[in-house]
Structure formats: structure tokens, C-alpha cells
Design a protein around this ligand. Sequence first.
Ligand code: MN
Length: 474
Amino acid sequence: MLKVTKKEFWFVVGSQHLYGEEALRSVKKDAEEMVETLNKSKNLPYPLVLKELAITADTITEIMKEANYRDEVAGIITWMHTFSPAKMWIRGTKLLQKPLLHLATQFNESIPWKTIDMDFMNLNQSAHGDREYGFINARLGKQNKIVVGHWKREHVVNEIADWMDVAVANGESFNIKIARFGDNMRNVGVTEGDKVEAQIQFGWVVDYFGIGDLVSVIDAVTDEEIDALFDEYMRLYDFEYGSYDQKVWEAHVKVQARQEIGMRRFLEQGNYNGFTTNFEDLYGMQQLPGLSVQRLMAEGYGFAGEGDWKTAAIDRLMKVMAHNENTGFMEDYTYELAAGKEAILQSHMMEVDPTLAVNKPKIIVSPLSMGNREDPARLVFDGKAGNGVVVSMADFGTHYKLLVNEVSLFEPKEPAPNLPVARVLWEVKPGFHEGVHSWIQAGGGHHTVVSLNITTDQILTWARLVGLETTVIK
Ligand code: MN
């Protein structure tokens, strides 16, 4: 489902008429080679499209206006091959509403001391041009990204690639639509928030539905559809019957299959790419959605429990940024406090994202201590190891705040035969006591999104684009 429509980035090269036609032909030739090489390298997640040389204010303004208008253009990358007087850039830059990256690079990597003359200097004066152009972006308060280094260097290409993912996620943020099946969990504070402000600031549409609207779609799912999906479960997952009779077990799993098909249908009909559930609001449902939610998470839907639409939207946003790899909704559950082993066990009642699984998930049916419904089926697995970033958004009454903590995930070493949920373990940076203290003091929530494929810098780049206050713990 993780559908992001076709995107591209426009590459705009700054120069001016002063150096003559021959110099401009060289600028164009170098720009073509740069774009062709970067596109062919396949190291960028989206293609670059070279636009005409930015040598007049009118040309620059036209390019930026066109970029705003075209949905497929996710952002602009600029490069100053020569000096390019910055007053020419004011009108276009002010109009530009898409993310902007200033690539501070130069065509040649080294200075050719044996042959360098004034013609060469005039043609290759990126150091000069970068400062003139950078000044106007700074003065305009443009929240642009600056990437510095030779354009063939791996770290430069990686920085551009990371920024492209942020730019696409930022654009897609304005296509995030969350369906809330039921309201927020009663009495819980951190899952609340100002939906109007969230739509103004981040573009999120958050719609409530009474649970009966969903139940009627779930009830209309046919037995044939359920059997076909059950066969798919059999191919993908291990089945663990536990103390259940096999027939009873299968019946419980098929309730989740019915929910999965019904929820997907409901979300597709309304063009929703994220949703919430609430175990307090299950009228007409046989089970709290568990396995069904996990399957939709794996497809790229944003999700959070207990009506937490903010975290569901952040989940969707980060899934777009991470190409739906190793990214999902999470909840801080239980501390490991033994000296030298301090960590936090992450999980949820059932809804842990299978994109984080290190092993083949197994389906388990188990009672749920909350919710007053029949024993629900869920996917159980262990989480992957690696360095990651965990993010939580909270409404502080006057503004939204984003908490970011760098974490180090590790695989559990000991089995937990009585734990009927997926588990993810991590150590927090800079250290357990300082990290946990900072998180709590800053008001970070218990619902988060974790990703092994996103960097703190990417999160902060997005936060700057939407004017979001951040607290970073690392
Ligand atoms: Mn929760």
C-alpha cells in the first residue's frame, strides 16, 4: 500500500551572462554530466531533472513557480557553478514552496595548478558563488539544506539521498489521512492534541468514525476471502496452537483475517493511509484488532493504538521517509535496571510492526487482560538490532513538540515463553539514566515511532521545514 506517486527533483544551476556564451556552454555541459552521473549511479532514491541555466531573475522565477505547481516535483537542488548574483534569486526563492537543497560543490575536485588561469577561475568559482547565494537564503530565512563536498563523494551523495527522502515525506505529509476508529482512550493525556493545528502545520487530515461504520464493512467480508487470506498466513508465518484446539485456534485467527480485509477495504474507500483503534471502543467486534493491524502496518499504513492519531500520522510520515523498512509504532513498557544491562523493553498490547522483525513471525492466540473480548490472534517475533532513532510528538497547549532520542536496538538473548507479544529491546543514548531522565523531563510520550533507517539529521531537517520545536537526546 505504501504508494507514493512518481517523484523527481529539479536540478537548477546558477550562473550569469557576464562570462560569455562559451562559458555558459561549459556550465551546461558540466551540469549535464553531473546529473547523468548521479542518476546512473542509482544511489539516489529519486531522479534528478536538469532545468535550464539560472542566468536571469525571470528564468529563476519561472522555474520555481512551475516547481510549486507540479505534484511530481518533490524539491529543488541548486548548484552555483559560477558566481550568480543573488538579487536574481530573491523573487523565485521567496515563491518556492518546496524543499530546497543547496549543493555546495564544484565540478573539478582538485585545483589544476599546472594549467589554472583566470578563465578557469571564472568558470569554476563555486566557492564564490556559494557565499553570494547562501547569503540570500539565510536572509530570506529559507529552511534549506546545505550539502558540502565533491559531488562524486559517497557521503555527499548519501546526504542528498537522505534529504530527498525527507523532502518526499514532507510533501506526502500533506496527503496523510488518518481514520480514527473510536476516540482516544479515556483519561489518557499524551495522546490528545489539536487536530486543526496539526492540519495547518503538517497537513494531516484526521477523521473520526464510530466503530459501527467499520464493523458493518468487516461483517460484509466473505468466507472465501477469509480462507484465501488464511492460506497466505500459512505461507508467511509459523502457527503456534498452544493450548488451543486447532479448530478453535483457526476460528480466532480468521476473525483477524476478516478484520484485516474489512479495515483495508474501509481505508481504501476513504483514501486513508493511517488509522487508530481503541480497546475501549470495540462495540460489535469479536476481538481487539491485533494480527490484522500488524498486517496493515507491514503494508505501510501508519498506526497507533488508543486513538493516538498523532503517532499514527508520524508513523506514516516516517514509513514514507524510510521506504517502509524497519520502522513502526512502539511503546515503552518495562525497564531492565540491572547494572550494566540497562535497557527498555518495547512492545504493545499486540500491535508491533512486523517490519522490525528479525525472525519469522509466529501467530499466537492469547487472552488479552483488557478489552472484554475473545482471545485475539497476533504476530509474535523479536526485534532487529541496530542503531535507530525514536520519535514522539506531544501537544504542549501552545505548540507541538517533537522528541527525538537516539537508541541502540539489540536482539533479546533469553526466551520469554510466557510473553504473547512481539518484543523490541533498546538502550538509550547517551546513557540509560541521562537519556531516560531527559525524555521524561521534556515530556516525551510513551507512544513513539522507531526507525532503523532514519537519522536524527533527517528528522530535524523535516522539523525545520514545518517549523516544529524539537528536543534531541543523543
Ligand atoms: Mn499504547
